[in-house]
Design a protein around this ligand. Structure first.
Ligand SMILES: C[S@@+](CC[C@H](N)C(=O)[O-])C[C@H]1O[C@@H](n2cnc3c(N)ncnc32)[C@H](O)[C@@H]1O
Length: 214
């Protein structure tokens, strides 16, 4: 089940709230973004070609990935105000030729079959209304030989102090009864239902992720 309260919080954002969201990401969660980008590069070494970031937020993750690769990155974001901030961030960083934010829904990824070498999605899947459909879309858009890395967490390279600090900030921001993440078995079931056969669930210090291979 989707935690619709989380999704509604994003949908309700205007430009000033989206800017505040970006400020909070920068102040509180950059170690997770830096660590996860490094982890993806170490594990998959996909440094060239096309990457799609599903639920890219304000593009901080895409911007960080540019620092480690030559990837051309398309960031898909459903909320207009967040997408506007993503565009501003990319321009401010001088990366408009490398990162293209796009307004759109993960449930209908606006790319042809086998378009991307790497598809990443961090901290977005708990918002998706129809997660099976999104995993089907991700699998469709992946090239043969491509990798999908979808889930949530802080990356294995964060220090214990950073991990504890970010966990506690995240948990405080959750509303009563909301869960930070899926259970591994739920995630496994969703990916299987999407018809993806070559995948594994990673549930460790780095977070909870589905690694898809095609
Ligand atoms: C916690 S933020 C994570 C942002 C970014 N991936 C990061 O690591 O900083 C989740 C983002 O997913 C976006 N999102 C949620 N549902 C979406 C959907 N169906 N399609 C595209 N984006 C979506 C939200 O609007 C939000 O910007």
């Amino acid at each position: 089940m989707t935690d619709n309260r989380v999704a509604a919080d994003y949908q309700a954002m205007d430009l000033s709230k989206a800017r505040l969201f970006d400020k909070q990401v920068q102040e509180n969660f950059m170690p997770a973004i830096v660590a996860t980008a490094r982890q993806i590069m170490d594990d998959y070494a996909i440094t060239d070609g096309i990457c799609v970031d599903v639920g890219c937020g304000t593009a901080r993750f895409a911007i960080e990935l540019c620092r480690h690769s030559n990837l051309k990155i398309y960031g898909l974001e459903a909320v207009r105000a967040i997408y506007e901030v993503a565009k501003m961030n990319v321009e401010q960083e001088g990366l408009a030729n490398r990162v293209t934010p796009m307004l759109g829904d993960a449930q209908a990824i606006p790319f042809e079959n086998e378009f991307a070498d790497l598809i990443i999605s961090r901290g977005s899947y708990h918002c998706w209304e129809n997660r099976v459909l999104v995993f089907k879309e991700i699998h469709r858009v992946l090239k043969k030989g491509g990798i999908g890395f979808v889930g949530g967490g802080f990356g294995r390279y964060v220090s214990e102090t950073e991990l504890e600090r970010m966990r506690s900030l995240r948990d405080r921001s959750l509303k009563d009864g909301a869960k930070a993440y899926q259970e591994p078995d739920e995630l496994r079931k969703i990916v299987q239902e999407a018809g993806v056969s070559n995948f594994r669930i990673i549930d460790d210090r780095s977070g909870l992720w589905a690694e898809l291979k095609k």
